[in-house]
Ligand binder design. Sequence first.
Ligand code: HEC
Ligand code: HEC
Ligand code: HEC
Ligand code: HEC
Ligand code: HEC
Ligand code: HEC
Length: 267
Amino acid sequence: MLKRFSISLLLFLLLPFITGMGAKPQEAAPTIKAEEDTEGIGPATGMQNLPPPHEYGNITMKKHTGEGQAIRSVVFPHWWHRTQFVCKVCHSDLGFQMKKGANDIKQADILEGKWCGTCHNGTTAFAATNCDRCHSEGIEVKENKNFYEITKDFPTNSYGNKVDWVKALEDGKFKPKTGLKGDEQMINLDVVVEIFLRNPVMPDVIYPHAAHTKILVCDNCHPNIFKPQAASNQTTMNKINQGHYCGVCHGKVAFPLEDCFRCHRNN
Ligand code: HEC
Ligand code: HEC
Ligand code: HEC
Ligand code: HEC
Ligand code: HEC
Ligand code: HEC
């Protein structure tokens, strides 16, 4: 393992004793923030480039738009849509793949009521004729919501959108619909899986199903991302940092990987 990586880990190992294990894990991060990691591996990955809270989780869609194309790129705000619908409505019911650029979306299809047009039809949401509200890369759109205004009463944490989305949902700060045509029953699975580290330099990982199954369905993760069996996945932090396993969502839309002790919290 890289020496520099080990040094940051040492810091992390000591921090629990200074701050009290698990008490306020988020505060641990600034300590390693100063550390540059040019290898692209380990704790510092991406830290220098974290977007401001209102942009975290926004997807700039450039497959058919942007430079050299007929129209400005589309900025899709996850923070807003997740207050309206749970993830599975788009990522299971409507078939949006959870990967930037993976969906082949044409304006004609949208106007026929597919993709964004399933909702952006003037009934569920504004009509797909209001070009600028979606094609908004690099411009200010007055009609679009102000993130800070909407989330000002939401419980906070230190990373990403700086919103504790799990608690905000529990507290009823927003009530996302669980289906396109009214609410559907979610299968809430209250099973916690402990993922033991082979090399215990960090606390083991606690994976709580419940926080996930309120907004996602089983096939969002099983079997493509995880085989549904404890200890059957070759998960490593390196692969997570590269966008696999937990890193499919964490670091992109769900809270970022800098929030080490929200996952590594067994004590
Ligand atoms: C209203 C629809 C909608 C909802 C609700 C939604 N997403 Fe998405 N998601 C999208 C779209 C659109 C994209 C971009 C796809 C593309 O670029 O082709 C996307 C992309 C993603 C990506 C890929 C990001 C990347 O950088 O590659 C992840 C991960 C993701 N969504 C997770 C979530 C999670 C987790 C939730 C719930 C908290 C959620 N989404 C809710 C529509 C939605
Ligand atoms: C609800 C959001 C939304 C609205 C409103 C919208 N678009 Fe789009 N549009 C998209 C998305 C998403 C894509 C695909 C972006 C990508 O992958 O690069 C797209 C792609 C396009 C493309 C390139 C692909 C193609 O079909 O040729 C054009 C051109 C386009 N839109 C024109 C328009 C015009 C003109 C308007 C207003 C009349 C408009 N759009 C309104 C979401 C929207
Ligand atoms: C499952 C339904 C649904 C889908 C699918 C959906 N949206 Fe939306 N979207 C909404 C709702 C509801 C609103 C809020 C109502 C309104 O503003 O009219 C909204 C609002 C927005 C806004 C304005 C956000 C703000 O700050 O006010 C943008 C931009 C947007 N959508 C873009 C998109 C794009 C781009 C896509 C496709 C890639 C998409 N949406 C797909 C439901 C959806
Ligand atoms: C966000 C991703 C995600 C979702 C959604 C999800 N799971 Fe899992 N599941 C996991 C992970 C991660 C593990 C642990 C895998 C490991 O330890 O290697 C797991 C493990 C399991 C296990 C094995 C438990 C054990 O102790 O061996 C079962 C069974 C399971 N999931 C069922 C489900 C069912 C049923 C649903 C839907 C109600 C579901 N999961 C939804 C990520 C998910
Ligand atoms: C989204 C949850 C999550 C976050 C956030 C996270 N980890 Fe991990 N981490 C994991 C999982 C899952 C494993 C793999 C456990 C296994 O299967 O051995 C892991 C493994 C590790 C390992 C064991 C060696 C290896 O590479 O697999 C180390 C060390 C580690 N993480 C350090 C960190 C540090 C430092 C941070 C913060 C900068 C962090 N992790 C943030 C989930 C997370
Ligand atoms: C399919 C997307 C997805 C995958 C894969 C995923 N998560 Fe999550 N996770 C989420 C979302 C969305 C939340 C809600 C919080 C947020 O958005 O910041 C969440 C929340 C959590 C929480 C917070 C629970 C709480 O009570 O505050 C933990 C811990 C967590 N995830 C751990 C993991 C670990 C560990 C893995 C991999 C083994 C993983 N997640 C894989 C999407 C995902």
